[in-house]
Design a protein around this ligand. Structure first.
Ligand SMILES: Cc1ncc(COP(=O)(O)O)c(C=O)c1O
Length: 363
C-alpha cells in the first residue's frame, strides 16, 4: 500500500510509521557517540550500559529484576527478536498458536523453522482472545503461543483476565510464550500495560520482545531487544551470534543515556492518545464507523455505511481515487477473512491527519 500511496501521491495512513521528527535529544546523543568514536563492534549481546539501563527501566516499570548480563539481548528490531526466539525453540513438526488478525511476520517465522502455525481468530468486534478456542487448540505438539499487546492491527490490549487464562492454560506444560510488546508505551486511557515482565511465573517460559523504533519514533533504526530467562537467552544468542551478531553501536550508546530520562517514555502514552482522540474526532465527519483503539498507533474503521466491496478492493480504490492509503485488515489473516474493516495509522502530524480526513469526507 505504501508503494501505491507513492505512485498516486496519496496521504499514507497505511504503513505504521510516524511522519513527524523524532526526539532531538536522542539524535544528538547518537551523533555525539559517533563523533566520540563509538563506531566499532559492540559485544554480541549488546552495549552493556544499554542493557543495564533497560534492566533499571524494567525494575522501575514492572518491579522485576532482570540480569542485564544474562537475560537481555539487543537486536536489530523487534521482528528479529521474535524470529530469533522462534528459531531458538522450534523443531520441525512443532505447532505455534498465532492470533489473527496479527502482525505479518509471525506465520512465516514459524514456517521457516518447519513448524506449523495454528491460527485462532480474535473475536470480532473488539478483537479479544477466545481462551476456550486456545485451550481446544493445544496439542502435544504445541510449542509456543505468540501474544501481542497493544495489538497491531486492531489496537486491542490484553487485561488481567487474559493473563489469568494464559497462566491457567500454560501451567504445568512446556509451552513457551513469545510476547510481542513493541507498543509497550503506546497504551491509552490509563490502562496498565500487562507486560509478561510483571509475572515471574510466565516470564520463566517467555521471550519478551521490544522495539526502540516504535518507542522513540525512529522505525528506520531497526533496533530492539529481547528479554528472556538466562537459559532461554543462551539459546536465543546461539541464533543471534551467527545471524546479526551485534547491532549499531552509536545508537546503543545514545539510547543507554536517553533511557535514564523517565519523562521521555512516561510521556509517550498521552502524546499518542492525543493523536488517537484527534483522529477519531475528525473521522466523525466521515461515513466510517471507527472502532475502539486502546493502544498501538492503529485504529480500525468499518466501512459498512460506504460500500460492500472487499476490503482490499476498497483500500486500493481509496488510494487511487480518494488519495488516502490504508491497510485492509484481511491482509492480517492467512485466509484473507474480510470483516469489511480498514486499518488507519494515526501516528502522524495533525496536518497529515486533517489532509486525509478532508479527502475521506468525500467518500
Ligand atoms: C506488532 C509488531 N511487532 C513488531 C513490529 C516490528 O518492530 P521492528 O520494526 O522493531 O522490527 C511491528 C512493526 O510494525 C509490529 O507492528
Amino acid at each position: 500500500m505504501s508503494g501505491l500511496a507513492t505512485e498516486y501521491n496519496a496521504v499514507n495512513l497505511g504503513q505504521g510509521f510516524p511522519d513527524f521528527p523524532m526526539n532531538h535529544e536522542l539524535t544528538t546523543l547518537v551523533a555525539e557517540a559517533m563523533k566520540n568514536n563509538f563506531n566499532q563492534y559492540p559485544p554480541m549481546p549488546g552495549w552493556m550500559p544499554l542493557r543495564e539501563a533497560i534492566a533499571e527501566k524494567v525494575a522501575f516499570l514492572y518491579q522485576t529484576k532482570i540480569n542485564p548480563d544474562t537475560e537481555i539481548t539487543i537486536t536489530p528490531g523487534g521482528t528479529y527478536a521474535i524470529y530469533s526466539s522462534l528459531t531458538a525453540i522450534l523443531q520441525p513438526g512443532d505447532e505455534v498458536i498465532v492470533f489473527e488478525p496479527g502482525y505479518d511476520s509471525y506465520v512465516p517465522n514459524v514456517e521457516i523453522n518447519g513448524a506449523k502455525a495454528i491460527t485462532i481468530n480474535l473475536v470480532y468486534p473488539g478483537y479479544h482472545i477466545d481462551w476456550a478456542a486456545v485451550q481446544n487448540a493445544i496439542t502435544s505438539k504445541t510449542k509456543a503461543i505468540i501474544i501481542n499487546s497493544p495489538h497491531n492491527p486492531t489496537g486491542s490490549v490484553i487485561g488481567e483476565e487474559d493473563i489469568k487464562q494464559l497462566r491457567k492454560i500454560t501451567a504445568g506444560t512446556n509451552i513457551f510464550i513469545i510476547s510481542d510488546e513493541v507498543y509497550e508505551h503506546l497504551i491509552f486511557d490509563n490502562i496498565p500495560h500487562q507486560s509478561i515482565l510483571r509475572y515471574p511465573d510466565l516470564l520463566e517460559r517467555s521471550f519478551v520482545c521490544f522495539s526502540f523504533g516504535k518507542t522513540y519514533n525512529c522505525t528506520g533504526w531497526k533496533l530492539g531487544y529481547c528479554i528472556a530467562p538466562a537459559t532461554l537467552t543462551k539459546e536465543f544468542r546461539k541464533v543471534h551470534q551467527f545471524n546479526c551478531f551485534s547491532c549499531h553501536t552509536p545508537s546503543q550508546v545514545g539510547l543507554a543515556m536517553f533511557l535514564k530520562n523517565k519523562k521521555a517514555y512516561l510521556s509517550l502514552p498521552s502524546f499518542m492518545q492525543e493523536k488517537r482522540d484527534y483522529f477519531k474526532q475528525l473521522m466523525q465527519q466521515t461515513r466510517f464507523t471507527m472502532q475502539e483503539s486502546f493502544g498501538s498507533y492503529f485504529i480500525c474503521g468499518s466501512y459498512e455505511r460506504i460500500s460492500d466491496e472487499a476490503d482490499k478492493d476498497l483500500a486500493i480504490r481509496l488510494t487511487k481515487e480518494a488519495g488516502v492509503a490504508t491497510i485492509p485488515v484481511s491482509a492480517f489473516y492467512q485466509n484473507g477473512k474480510d470483516d469489511k474493516v480498514l486499518r488507519f495509522c494515526f501516528s502522524k502530524k495533525k496536518e497529515t491527519l486533517e489532509a486525509a480526513v478532508e479527502k475521506l469526507i468525500r467518500v
